[in-house]
Design a protein around this ligand. Sequence first.
Ligand code: FES
Length: 107
Amino acid sequence: VKVTFVSSDGTRREVETAEGETAREAALFNDVPGIDGDCGGVCACATCHVHVDPGWIDTVGRLKEGEAEAELLQFAEGANEYSRLACQIPMEAAMEGLVLHVPAQQY
Ligand code: FES
């Protein structure tokens, strides 16, 4: 499943991932800068914040109010309606070509 990470400076990096791998793992395994994933992918640090490309948000799904992911992200720099934590996005075949925007900073 191909995913493209777009940095804040516009640099695009397309990486190949396996189904079931998370977008955080896809970024870390491929040295995509800007995704730290400090907590190891357990939805506790919010350093894997990404903005899902608006055209993909319905496929990926939005934050659900009241869930841990939404609670963490409400304090994240630049969070908006397209925000997700990359560690909470397991790759699926339907996400082929997914585009994720990486924020300039993770705090
Ligand atoms: Fe920590 Fe995603 S890696 S919240």
